[in-house]
Design a protein around this ligand. Structure first.
Ligand SMILES: [Zn+2]
Length: 293
């Protein structure tokens, strides 16, 4: 009995002290205290898009157990094309190390279906071509895992072609080659003629140049902060691995190498590993959905 009373007393004391502490804290650090409960802040983003959190004083951002620096007081949260729909907790830190959390609601997006007829070599791969493809993947995948280095870009990015730039199309479409469902299209296709110069969308370093089975002549550029841009099906590559590039520098020429039905530029963007719609990074940053109450 005595033990029970002591325990009750201890609990009550802890409660009072706890409450007093929270009360005092709330007077000068209100956002921190409010962040302790389930957040009422949220933002919605479709698969293959991104969300942002723009608040004065934001210095760093968090999602999926990772943290990274904010870009000009804005946190960007890329959502992979095939990320499972659902609620994801995101965070931002303000100067002075106070944290605030919010919910990113990933919404399923039904991308259109596209049927393509192509050389059967690209649908039913020979053992040799399959080995080529696996070799390509083993070189490319480590680039997508890179997170090092401060961002060498600001948004919006620069277009990869000289004006007039046609609309980048077909991101996310579910593709059926010669009647067989294949992986979704993870970049944007620009209908431009062979030989047009292809330009890097931001400052960066050439991470890889390769002759890939599907991508044909391909250039991968790393821009810091986990952002990779890739330019596929080129007729010619004019840069080398390790080369430092300024935004707008030419990396090659438009072609139809690899799995392509005709000359066009395929531009892909990966940001923190997520495959996202490139057009979103060429538009106004303000058009991207933002965290709000
Ligand atoms: Zn493409």
């Amino acid at each position: 009995m005595r033990n029970k009373i002591e325990a009750d007393l201890a609990r009550a004391t802890a409660r009072i002290f706890g409450m007093g502490w929270i009360f005092l804290l709330s007077l000068w650090m209100a956002p921190v205290v409010f962040a302790q409960g389930p957040s009422s802040l949220k933002v919605e983003a479709d698969q293959g898009t991104l969300a942002r959190w723009s608040e004065e004083g934001t210095v760093s951002c968090g999602m999926d157990g990772r943290t990274w620096a904010a870009l000009e007081e804005t946190c960007w949260y890329p959502v992979d094309l095939q990320r499972k729909p659902g609620w994801v907790e995101i965070a931002r830190w303000k100067r002075g190390q106070t944290i605030e959390t919010a919910w990113l609601v990933v919404k399923e997006k039904e991308y259109p279906l596209q049927e393509i007829e192509i050389d059967d070599r690209y649908v039913h791969l020979s053992a040799e071509d399959l080995a080529h493809h696996y070799r390509d993947q083993s070189e490319i995948k480590p680039i997508f895992r890179r997170r090092r280095g401060a961002a060498q870009f600001t948004l919006p990015l620069a277009q990869p072609l000289n004006p007039p730039v046609p609309e980048g199309r077909y991101f996310g479409v579910r593709r059926v080659f010669n009647g067989e469902p294949k992986n979704p299209h993870t970049g944007s296709d620009y209908a431009v003629g062979a030989g047009n110069p292809v330009k890097t969308v931001a400052d960066g370093t050439v991470a890889l140049t390769a002759e890939n089975f599907f991508g044909g002549n391909s250039v991968f550029v790393y821009h810091g902060d986990g952002l990779v841009s890739m330019y596929l099906h080129l007729s010619e590559i004019t840069v080398e691995k390790g080369q430092v590039l300024a935004q707008g520098d030419v990396v090659g020429k438009v072609g139809a190498t690899g799995r392509a039905t005709g000359p066009h530029l395929h531009l892909g963007l990966r940001w923190k590993g997520a495959r996202i719609e490139p057009n979103l990074l060429f538009g106004s940053p303000e058009a991207v959905p933002a965290v709000s109450p």
